[in-house]
Ligand binder design. Structure first.
Ligand code: NAD
Ligand code: TYD
Length: 349
């Protein structure tokens, strides 16, 4: 192999799509998936690429600095694409410290690992930190987040991601490490863990369970097809300018209630139900504390400077997502058995 790239969080939702894309696209590059396999990590997500010659897996918890240092010493990577994180806002409200440890301390461990391994020789090196639009806070009825929008995180999750973004930039300014950051909107698609809205709704419709909508349901998110995100990550990793930040979005704002109603109709069609049957399951429930009203992204910098744009829109993407879950019942059963049932009971009690 000509070079090695570490992808952290490669067994998770977005990371698995990134690993698949890189393994297939760059056969001469060793792609090392580094993941602690928490409840959100699942090596089944990569069963179609895990026997490729250029794929390797290392089970490492990024909270463990010594293990991270040993990883860098062994792999000697040219690049890092850092996705490993605790990623669910509701869990961050119940257990903020877990988010501080993985998202902040874990990111610093990764930065330190890279710094020691590269030892000031940054030629051909790159540390790419994958972040979220949630660091910018909440928008009113109008406006978009740009790369210049001030940070205003409002949940323990977004505060931990914001903190990690600041640290990554500090390593650029202080040590000259060639970093790049992207802040992306809400992703959807195959392999999404069913604690998040879209797969949770699909799973509940399958089981005839209520579809919990927080508050008035008029909270707005910008939805991006996960493979479009993976392609953006590839473009930014290859061609982004060191020290720069790129916003990634789907140009696809939807209110939660409209999204869920559209998904209900897609499910009715696929399941052969009478149209409207699934909408009857919609149930308004207690709001999420500190719930951000609206996120919307201006990704024109990425489109203009690096030539990326989203290809899949929800009309098509929601159907492909629903079909994937219906065709992968075993995957869904595996991830919703055991601990998921306990989580669900507590969260929606
Ligand atoms: P995910 O929860 O599906 O996956 C996270 C992965 O990280 C899992 O495989 C998990 O095992 C691993 N992980 C967690 N803690 C770890 C630790 N201590 N050590 C090593 N591995 C650990 O998350 P996702 O939705 O795929 O998000 C990936 C990244 O993208 C995150 O950094 C997230 O903040 C960011 N992001 C997500 C979205 C989204 O809509 N899901 C949007 C923008 C940005
Ligand atoms: P989620 O998928 O958790 O992503 P995020 O909070 O990171 O945007 O939630 C998407 C939106 O859906 C958010 O406004 C919260 C809302 N939501 C519900 O209304 N009900 C639910 O059961 C969940 C999980 C989310």
């Amino acid at each position: 192999m000509k070079k090695s790239i570490i992808v952290t969080g490669g067994a998770g939702f977005i990371g698995s799509h990134v690993v698949r894309l890189l393994v297939n696209k760059y056969p001469d590059t060793r792609i090392v998936n580094v993941d602690a396999l928490t409840y959100a990590g699942n090596l089944e997500n990569l069963s179609d690429v895990d026997s490729a010659d250029n794929y390797a897996f290392r089970k490492v918890d990024i909270r463990d600095a010594a293990a991270v240092d040993a990883l860098f010493a062994e792999i000697q990577p040219e690049g890092v694409i850092h996705l490993a994180a605790e990623s669910h806002v509701d869990r961050s409200i119940t257990d903020p410290l877990a988010f501080i440890m993985t998202n902040i301390v874990g990111t610093v461990n990764m930065l330190n690992g890279a710094r020691k391994a590269w030892d000031g020789d940054y030629e051909g090196k790159r540390f790419y930190h994958v972040s979220t639009d949630e660091v910018y806070g909440s928008l009113g009825e109008t406006g978009l987040f740009t790369e210049e929008t001030s940070y205003d995180p409002r949940s323990p999750y977004s505060a931990s991601k914001a903190s990690s973004d600041h640290l990554v930039r500090a390593y650029f300014h202080t040590y000259g490490m060639p970093v790049v950051i992207s802040n992306c909107s809400n992703n959807y698609g195959p392999n999404h863990f069913p604690e998040k809205l879209i797969p949770l709704v699909i799973n509940n419709i399958k089981h005839g369970k209520p579809l919990p909508i927080y508050g008035d349901g008029k909270y707005t998110r910008d939805w991006l097809w996960v493979i479009d995100h993976a392609e953006a990550i590839d473009v930014i990793f290859q061609t982004g300018v060191a020290g720069e930040t790129y916003n990634i979005g789907g140009n696809n704002e939807m209110k939660n209630i409209d999204l869920v109603e559209q998904l209900c109709d897609v499910m009715d069609e696929l399941l052969g139900n009478e149209l409207g049957a699934s909408r009857k399951l919609i149930t308004f429930v207690k709001d999420r504390p500190g719930h951000d009203r609206r996120y919307a992204i201006d990704s024109s910098k990425l489109q203009r400077e690096l030539g990326w744009e989203p290809k899949v829109y929800p009309k098509e993407g929601l159907k492909m997502t629903a079909e994937w879950y219906l065709n992968n019942e075993k995957w869904l059963e595996n991830v919703t058995s055991g601990a998921y049932a306990n989580y669900y009971e507590k969260q929606y009690a």
